[in-house]
Ligand binder design. Structure first.
Ligand SMILES: Nc1ncnc2c1ncn2[C@@H]1O[C@H](COP(=O)(O)OP(=O)(O)O)[C@@H](O)[C@H]1O
Ligand SMILES: CC(=O)N[C@@H](CCC(=O)OP(=O)(O)O)C(=O)O
Length: 263
């Protein structure tokens, strides 16, 4: 089975042009098939506020009314995606920038209204992704770069969390590839003390995860990231790593890199 790396970068890396430059250079140097997934929540929040549209997030998920959908489509599908693609092309990666609507790669369902109406937010289910289609792109020599925009198949674009997209792609492609999912962000990994970059927790299994949650060592944005990560492992993804975008080259050099999750 061929190996595949699915790497996700979040808003704090994208927002810092120097960090983004180094990350994309190291991403290019990584050998073998690979897919990049990017968020950009921080940039979307900044632009919303500039435009006088209040940004509302509940449990890390953006309430996406029609105005906000316009903003995130422009920011994720346009500004950030095309900027990343152009930079990758400069480094020699033949990147192709995609929303989930392009090629019908990721079809989602609008989140049903329960206690909260999230608006135009799309949830991924088991039929959302066709791995054979994505595999064809990889075989043709392209490196797909997915943003956080998906569609419902009936003409409606939807906003979908980028961590969730990365995890769902990894699960779906695990049928065809030996898949490694890597979440890159601005810290060195899951830290014992969030203010101490040397306090990396090298390995976490589900039992340790429970303890770390109870001790409130892991909180906020790290909770959905780890929930996504453990569900990916449970569904056949070979390994999940959470680490700093600046340290990606360590992977190629087989040096310790971030936090590794295991069952
Ligand atoms: N134990 C921990 N180690 C590292 N980060 C943590 C931890 N617990 C909570 N976090 C928080 O999780 C955040 C990462 O989640 P998020 O902001 O969703 O990432 P992304 O940049 O990928 O969107 C970090 O910026 C940090 O504030
Ligand atoms: C529904 C939902 O919350 N979508 C996310 C998509 C972007 C994202 O995930 O960006 P980061 O990875 O930078 O946080 C949002 O609009 O914030």
């Amino acid at each position: 089975m061929r190996s595949l790396h699915i790497i996700k970068i979040g808003g704090n890396v994208i927002d810092n042009s120097e960090n983004l430059y180094h990350f994309l250079k190291d991403f290019t140097a990584l050998e073998g098939d690979k897919i990049l997934v990017h968020g950009g929540g921080k940039v979307a929040t900044q632009l919303s506020e500039t435009l006088g549209i209040e940004a509302k997030l509940v449990d890390g998920r953006r309430i996406t009314d029609i105005e906000t959908l316009r903003v995130v489509t422009m920011v994720y599908g346009g500004l950030i995606n095309k900027n990343i693609v152009a930079q990758l092309q400069r480094f020699g990666t033949n990147a192709i920038g995609l929303t989930g609507a392009d090629g019908n790669f990721i079809r989602t369902k609008k989140r049903p209204v329960k206690t909260i109406d999230y608006g135009f937010v799309g949830d991924i289910d088991s039929g959302s992704i066709n791995p054979e289609n994505i595999s064809r792109l990889l075989d043709a020599g392209f490196t797909p770069v997915f943003c956080a925009i998906t569609h419902d198949g009936e003409g409606q674009l939807l906003n979908t969390n980028a961590d969730t997209i990365a995890s769902a792609l990894a699960v779906s492609l695990a049928r065809l590839y030996e898949t490694t999912l890597i979440y890159c962000f601005e810290k060195a990994g899951v830290l014992h003390d969030i203010n101490d970059e040397d306090s990396i927790i090298r390995d976490i299994n589900p039992e340790r995860y429970q303890e770390l949650k109870e001790q409130q060592i892991i909180h906020s944005g790290m909770l959905p990231k780890l929930d996504n990560a453990f569900s990916a492992i449970a569904c056949g993804v070979k390994s999940v790593i959470i680490g700093k975008s600046d340290d990606l080259s360590r992977l190629q050099q087989k040096q310790p890199f971030g936090t590794r999750l295991s069952n």
